[in-house]
Design a protein around this ligand. Structure first.
Ligand code: PLP
Length: 418
């Protein structure tokens, strides 16, 4: 029989130029006609036109409160809002949309967990285990919980290259450990933490794990069931969605056992002055009128990423990160901060004799948007002995031309300040 070519099953090649064209904010100049090179995606990403259109359409035609009205607009809004929840459940492979709670973002989700779940597992004398690379949002709520309960904070250290010291995990995960809270990907270093190994080790001791997914959900496939996270939180605005909306995923058994975080309308079953009963999850945690347009448009952002192809975007960003790493490494007087084996989309660096703030300000005049400072990771900067870094962070719409512009900008910065 003649050999036949099997039909191609490959997804269409990832096309960053086509993606770029979907994001109107990328097509502009700043200051003296400098084309914008947007490399501050770890702080917040730009939004594709479909997300902007979805928000506008909601306010133009569909605006109505959810879960409250019998009229057409309210029913339509409720349906779109709940459909978005289903999309986000699919996005992180949650077992069921009821385990997806809308929040204002990662910070809100972590505060919710610390306030509501925290006191159910953390007692006086217990320990909460964090890592040295956490964002303030994954430190301060736990310190507040520790203060309230009489618990203490323990910290898993990092190596000089920005990887977790797993060799210290056995020591630090003790009888006293009541909870572990850890970022999946570091916003300041880009390190991808070995989350499965840490969750396995914690679970072996019966300790629940809260995962801060703010920097992973936008960039790599996430499967909360395979990971076996007890909680996984992230923000919409870092993954092409609106600000003021995010997700807290929690295992059903935890969500059902946890008390409500805030009280009010929409989270109740029945209210009387003698007492109140609460609605089922997820509504038990969603008191008051929610960010309806934000949730619906975040659903659109998640669909957008799923349609583009999450694996494809991840592979493209990894390749771009490799390219950027090679180009930055070749610059004399530049030191990369965070050189872990496995990284996602973040390039933190310092320049000899140039303060990060000066570098960031000068790059900005050239149209290059980077972030400078401690990136809300002061304890990490203390550990590294740095006042801060310059951080370029990538998204699927960035290209090698953006990286080349950054390299050129760094050279000019060095010439000016050197
Ligand atoms: N955690 C990490 C790792 C982050 O990068 C950020 C934001 O930069 C946060 C938490 C807080 O996210 P948000 O400000 O959207 O609540």
């Amino acid at each position: 029989m003649p050999a036949t070519t099997p039909p191609s099953t490959a997804a269409p090649a990832f096309d960053p130029e086509a993606i770029r064209a979907d994001f109107p904010a990328l097509d502009q100049t700043v200051y003296d006609d400098a084309p914008l090179v947007y490399l501050d995606n770890a702080a917040t990403s730009q939004k594709p036109q479909v997300v902007i259109d979805r928000m506008n359409a909601y306010y133009a035609r569909e605006n109505s409160n959810v879960h409250r009205g019998v009229h057409a607009l309210s029913q339509g809004a409720s349906e779109a809002y709940e459909q978005a929840r289903e999309t986000l459940a699919r996005f992180i492979h949650a077992p069921d949309p009821d385990t997806v709670v809308w929040t204002k973002g990662t910070t809100d989700g972590l505060n919710l967990i610390a306030s509501s779940f925290g006191p159910t597992v953390v007692d006086e004398g217990d320990e909460i285990l964090l890592t040295e690379m956490e964002h303030h949002a994954n430190i301060v709520p736990w310190q507040m919980l520790a203060e309230r309960t009489g618990a203490s904070i323990r910290v898993l250290p990092i190596t000089d290259t920005g990887e977790l010291r797993l060799d210290r995990l056995d020591d630090l995960l003790s009888e006293q450990t009541a909870l572990v809270a850890i970022s999946h990907v570091s916003n300041a270093l880009g390190t991808v933490n070995p989350i499965d190994a840490i969750i396995d080790a914690a679970h072996a001791q019966g300790v629940p794990v809260v995962v801060d997914g703010a920097q992973s959900a936008p960039h790599r496939p996430v499967d909360v069931q395979a990971m076996d996270a007890d909680f996984f939180v992230f923000s919409g605005h870092k993954m092409f969605g609106p600000t003021g909306i995010g997700v807290m995923y929690g295992k059903r058994k935890h969500l059902e056992a946890m008390p409500p975080y805030q009280g009010g309308g929409d989270m109740i079953d029945r209210v009387s002055f003698e007492g109140t009963t609460y609605d089922d999850i997820p509504h038990k945690f969603e008191a008051g009128t929610p960010n309806i347009s934000g949730a619906i448009a975040l659903g659109t952002a998640a669909e957008y990423i799923l349609n583009v192809g999450r694996d494809e975007m991840h592979a493209y960003e990894s390749d771009l990160l490799d390219y950027a790493t090679r180009r930055l490494e070749a610059i004399e007087g530049l030191r990369l901060i965070g050189t872990a084996e496995e990284k996602t989309s973040v390039l933190s660096f310092v320049l000899d004799d140039v303060h990060p703030y000066d570098a960031g300000t000068f790059l900005d005049r050239l149209g290059i948007a980077v972030r400078t400072g401690n990136h809300c990771t002061e304890p990490l900067m203390d550990r590294l002995g740095l006042p801060g870094t310059i951080r370029a962070s990538l998204a699927g719409y960035n290209t090698r031309a953006d990286v080349d512009a950054l390299v050129e900008g760094i050279r000019k910065t060095q010439d000016l300040f050197g």
